[in-house]
Design a protein around this ligand. Structure first.
Ligand code: ATP
Ligand code: MG
Length: 558
């Protein structure tokens, strides 16, 4: 069980409640997504918190879809949300729940509120409702419909329900206080008319309850003890409490925490939908998207996301978290589990002139230095190999220690190699290097103590396998998403170099049988996961993350 003093404030409240015997020590939370998009990394924070609390306190966490907006919601989103929660490693008890399951009960409670003089049907048009609401420093005005009789209200609410009003012609409002300091208490809307088809209730309803009227009552019906949500709902809490008390039902406690904001990342589902619809990304699970499905496709593991969420903790003040911290979490996890392989992103052919034609041999390579049980593998070495273009320079600057004309380097797990001649095409591009190797340096050790300053990776040319490799940069050019353009122009904030596709990569032959989602470290190049676009002809890899935090480095250099 969690220790006092080392826990966040939400867990502290729950500990205190358990100790004082509130709810007889019962702990129940819920994760309440609106099914209007795919889940993003911010949702992961809320999932880890809500399901995590249930696990730690021997309680239960419901998955409840907040499906009160018929127009924007789709079954595709419901399915993806369930898949993502499970993939993160959490399971809800029983069926997934829907706020729409409670539409009948919510309707009955609305009728009860009308009968008790706590709600009325208002026919002010939307603009006037907002004018009448006043401003934060100036009281609002009562609606001319506020003092209707109970009978008239019951009749009009029934008219709303049975389709007698068009969209926007009438609302049901709580009768609270038009001069309340808290704007949410100025006769908030409980029901609006929407002649729209709902993904679960079909055409049964043409009135739909608002979020504020639905959420607390749904929590209450499910007997949620602690309703944990993000800070923007703090001002809604008095209304949450008002509804439960006015109806007179079980009263869960709403607790607010700071949402996750990440550098270089947009996190609103509305904006993410725009990215998908505008074609700036391929889909919701495009590896550039901050969605859980995007991270999964990019090669992130559930463990890495959970450990990131544990590291950032739960606080009550909004802040901006470095995306580098998330990247560090996946690096740390893959470092322990990902097999090492050689992959050449931009190959250049090397002919080893003193290696006999038609001959070859096998070299031993370590599968994972972090995992002694992972053992070694054989990789073929012969007269023609590939090295990465980045590891050669014809005219190297002082600090470049890798291959260059007349220079000797170590081929990892193989031999020392010296470059003798550079072959170019008509356009002046280097297309081949003519080299020699030193057979006395097997295993990369020189018998005479000769030193080389660099070790590079390589692949045997005749059995290397073709691959496409996709490299990613941050989706958003701005570090702080708050600095983004407002309005429709915000799409200009997208980094035009967010994806680079390399078509001629080469990888070790053993990777031909790798399955979608499998992760590898390509030595020196980063961690890569097999993408679902892979075919029998061509493997496709996504770079999950580089080996080091290059971005932080370049930022410092600027
Ligand atoms: P968005 O603003 O991105 O569209 P939302 O708040 O509308 O998100 P919901 O589907 O209503 O999305 O969210 C479900 C739950 O996830 C809510 O309890 C919400 O508070 C929480 N949540 C959403 N975004 C974040 C975030 N960035 N950090 C932590 N929790 C979040
Ligand atoms: Mg929402």
């Amino acid at each position: 069980m969690t220790e006092k003093n080392s826990v966040d404030f939400v867990r502290q409240i729950i500990l205190d409640d358990s100790e004082s015997g509130k709810h007889q020590g019962r702990v129940q939370t819920r994760f309440p997504p609106e099914p209007n998009g795919y889940l993003h990394i911010g949702h992961a924070k809320s999932i880890c918190l809500n399901f995590g609390i249930a696990q730690e306190f021997g309680g239960k966490c419901n998955l409840r879809f907040d499906d009160t907006n018929p127009e924007k919601e789709e079954t595709e989103y419901v399915d993806s949300i369930m898949e993502d929660v499970r993939w993160l490693g959490f399971e809800w008890e029983g069926e997934a729940l829907f706020a729409s399951n409670y539409f009948d009960q919510l309707y009955q409670w609305a009728v009860q509120l009308i009968k008790e003089g706590k709600a009325y049907v208002c026919e002010l048009p939307a603009e006037e409702v907002s004018q009448f609401r006043g401003r934060w420093n100036e009281p609002g005005k009562n609606s001319p419909f506020r003092d209707r009789s109970v009978d008239e209200n019951l009749e009009l609410f029934e008219k709303m329900r049975s389709g007698g009003f068009k969209d926007g012609e009438a609302t049901l409002r709580a009768k609270i206080d038009m001069s309340a300091k808290n704007m949410y208490l100025r006769d908030p809307t409980l029901y609006r008319v929407r002649h729209a088809h709902h993904h679960r209730t079909g055409d049964k309803w043409c009135i739909y309850p608002t979020y504020d009227y639905t959420h607390g009552q749904s929590d209450s019906i499910e007997k949620v003890t602690h309703s944990v949500c993000t800070l923007e709902f703090e001002n809604h809490r008095p209304l949450y409490d008002w509804c439960l008390d006015a109806i007179g039902i079980f009263h869960p406690q709403q607790i607010e925490f700071a949402r996750l904001n990440l550098t270089h990342t947009v996190m609103s589902k509305r904006k993410l939908l725009q990215l998908v619809e505008s074609g700036l990304v391929d889909s919701w699970d495009d590896p550039r998207m901050p969605t859980i499905s995007g991270f999964r496709r990019k090669g992130y593991t559930p463990e890495s996301i959970r450990s990131f969420c544990a590291k950032i903790g739960i606080t009550k003040t909004n802040s901006l978290t470095e995306i580098g911290l998330l990247e560090q979490s996946i690096r740390e996890h893959l470092n322990t589990i990902a097999p090492r392989r050689f992959g050449i992103l931009n190959p250049i052919k090397v002919v080893i002139e003193n290696y006999a034609e038609g001959e070859s041999e096998e070299r031993d390579a370590i599968n994972n230095p972090q995992d002694p049980d992972a053992g070694t593998r054989k990789i073929k070495f012969g007269r023609e190999i590939y090295i990465d273009r980045e590891d050669f320079m014809e005219d190297p600057p002082k600090k470049f220690f890798r291959l260059a004309p007349g220079r000797e380097v170590r081929l990892r797990y193989a031999y020392f190699l010296t470059c003798n001649e550079v072959i170019k095409n008509d356009a002046g591009e280097v297309i081949e290097l003519r080299c020699t190797y030193d057979p006395a340096t097997a295993g990369g050790k020189s018998p005479d103590g000769r030193k080389v300053k660099a070790t590079i990776h390589w692949l045997n040319a005749d059995d290397a396998v073709d691959a496409e490799v996709r490299l990613y940069e941050h989706l958003l050019s701005f570090e702080n998403p708050g600095d983004m353009e407002e309005g429709p122009d915000w799409l200009k904030s997208i980094n035009p170099n967010s994806r680079t596709v390399l078509n001629n990569a080469k990888v070790e032959p053993s990777l031909a049988s790798a399955s979608v989602g499998e992760s590898f470290q390509f030595e020196r190049m980063g961690y890569f996961a097999v993408d679902m676009d892979s075919t029998a002809e061509k493997l496709v890899f996504n770079r999950t993350v580089t080996l080091k935090d290059d971005w932080a480095k370049t930022k410092k250099m600027k």
